[in-house]
Design a protein around this ligand. Structure first.
Ligand SMILES: [Ca+2]
Ligand SMILES: [Ca+2]
Ligand SMILES: [Ca+2]
Length: 252
């Protein structure tokens, strides 16, 4: 078969069209990749001020004194004192034998105590010996008996105002509290106070001073399980350590 000039021109023409289609295809592809780029970049990491969803543990340090944010103190359930010495108390102080005995309820434990002329004895180490612990705590009150006692619990110290109640028996309120900061956008002051005194903090609200005025207002007392917002972010107080050393906050 003889190939004429006409056929050669047609062949080169067809090749030229195919080549043009191939080149324009590459340009279209490159254009697509170029426009797809920024859309991927926009789905990158969120700004530093907005933490990813998850949980954060915030620490709350022991503070021995003060009524933070003007929080008011409640009294612990009253408990009785009696002259009969419990079997577990083996050693009592010499010269102070006319004692009234009882058990101080605190943080799920019971601390044997005795009240005598010298003041309050506390068997903090639970060994039945009232003479090898801190104390006795002398009367500091203007009534029958009241004193500041710092109980060394298993989870740390707990300072209280211990007193004999006008209603009978003994009771106390917390002198200590826990304090820390909630770090989101800026540092907000936080406090935990054992307002229903039982040596436990997981039954208390976490107070966050949103308006930084040193007192507690509506919306600043947050209970375990409660949601709250800072700006456009939602949070939940997931838990509070019974000993008050920390709180866990969930971010959404
Ligand atoms: Ca002891
Ligand atoms: Ca409590
Ligand atoms: Ca406030």
């Amino acid at each position: 078969m003889k190939i004429g000039t006409r056929e050669v021109v047609l062949l080169f023409g067809a090749l030229a069209i195919l080549f043009a289609m191939f080149v324009s295809g590459i340009f279209l592809f490159l254009r697509f990749v170029k426009t797809a780029g920024p859309a991927i970049a926009e789905r990158g990491p969120a700004p530093a001020s907005a933490p990813a969803a998850g949980t954060q543990v915030v620490s709350l340090a022991y503070v021995a004194e003060g009524f933070p944010m003007g929080l008011s103190a409640g009294q612990a359930d009253r408990f009785s004192l009696a002259a009969a010495r419990p079997a577990e108390i083996r050693v009592i102080p010499e010269g102070d034998s006319d004692l009234q005995y009882g058990e101080l309820p605190l943080g799920g434990a019971f601390y044997p105590i005795a009240l005598g002329r010298a003041g309050l004895y506390l068997d903090a180490n639970h060994n039945g010996d009232l003479t090898d612990d801190r104390g006795p705590y002398a009367n500091e009150g203007s009534g029958v008996f009241a004193t500041t006692a710092e109980v060394p619990t298993a989870s740390g110290p707990y300072s209280m105002w211990f007193f004999l109640s006008n209603m009978g028996g003994a009771t106390y309120y917390a002198k200590c509290h826990r304090a820390g900061t909630f770090p989101f956008l800026r540092e907000y002051k936080m406090v935990l106070y054992d307002a229903q005194p039982n040596g436990r903090y997981d039954d208390e609200p976490l107070v966050i001073d949103w308006n930084d005025n040193g007192s507690v207002e509506e919306g600043e007392s947050i209970r375990v399980g409660q949601d709250f917002r800072v700006g456009d972010r939602a949070f939940r107080l997931a838990s509070i350590d019974p000993a008050g050393a920390s709180g866990t906050i969930a971010y959404f």
